[in-house]
Ligand binder design. Sequence first.
Ligand code: ACO
Length: 402
Amino acid sequence: CLDIRKLYGQGDVFTYDPGFTSTASCESTITFIDGDKGELWYRGYPIEQLADNSNYLEVCYLLLYGELPNESQLKDFVARVTNHTMVHEQMHNFFRGFRRDAHPMATMVGVVGAMSAFYHDSTDIGDPWQREVASIRLIAKLPTIAAMAYKYSIGQPFVYPNNELDYASNFLNMCFSVPAAKYTVDPALAKAMDRIFTLHADHEQNASTSTVRLAGSSGANPFACIAAGIACLWGPAHGGANQAALEMLQEIGTVDQIPEYIRRAKDKDDPFRLMGFGHRVYKNFDPRAKVMKESADEVLDLLGIENNETLKVAKELEKIALEDEYFVERKLYPNVDFYSGIILSAMGFPTSMFTPIFALSRTVGWISQWKEMLSDPQNKIGRPRQLYVGADKRDYVPVANR
Ligand code: ACO
């Protein structure tokens, strides 16, 4: 410790905390998680109540402004978001520059980063009005961008937003309608989609949110910050787990294969992990996973999908893992990603769209956290320190003498 102080010459305490398991990086009033009890609140409201009674845009308002809106506030907010659903026509060309087989997340990182090249009039973070406009633009345009990334990847024409539809229905319409055939969004599926958006809307200082805050702490514009968050979310240990979880369930295939995968997950010489299991903060059931499990049953029922083998495998895997000493000791429970893929796949989304859907849902959380950070008088550039464990000071050796 003395050596470290001598080396860095600053402060009395210097902590080394890989993975930030016990370091708070900020104060926040947005989201609260009690990992031991398995509770999640947005601005004090339990996630279960919001998932049952509210809707995504109302939750967006709550996260952004701190309180649930009254009727006229909600109407005004929905109108403002709806007014911004289109993207600049030249952005179509930007999409066309990507390979068709690019992962939609790769396209989204590029396109969202490029928004700062299209919407200059909302990049001055010192101007509260521009910050507000950028926030609304991001919430409004992310579904359009995610749907365009999808359409581009399957070689279909882009579908423009339809402002007569609600937020979730509009997203489903942009993904699944085609000019040649009539497509009507099923309101029950739109409700399930809206619920998925709500459950993913914020989750305090996770890796992608911390990335957005860190990028924003340097004064970077909001579009650049959200692109950084999308890039971080893509990793399989974070948002990419929803794709990985469904692919794993499909690979397991049948219930009789489960014991082999459980064995592999426990084997420390095998890098395999049960995707959709475990969480840095939850040491109990992820409350979002409980809601998601109910939703999975409802959606499959609605679509008349009986005896879905993947859902059977998921339920049985959950049961076996929750009784297994290895998972019990380590408090490894299903997380939000365990069941979401089953719903999305039943709706017709390919696995590559799972993480883009997570990204569009989480945009409001990232923006709320970014705005909170900018209005915090304690805000300063994020600059972690390190423990240097490299070579001692030494003299340069000319190449001929090495
Ligand atoms: N399968 C098998 N073993 C696991 C799993 C898993 N899914 N998750 C953790 N473990 C084990 C580890 O091997 C370790 O065992 P050990 O103590 O014997 O070495 C112990 O549990 C603790 O694991 P850590 O990796 O130290 O826990 P950490 O908090 O760093 O990681 C994480 C959390 C990344 C979510 C991890 O549980 C994981 O990789 N899960 C699978 C991926 C996943 O589902 N991610 C989504 C997270 S939710 C979200 O981002 C939306």
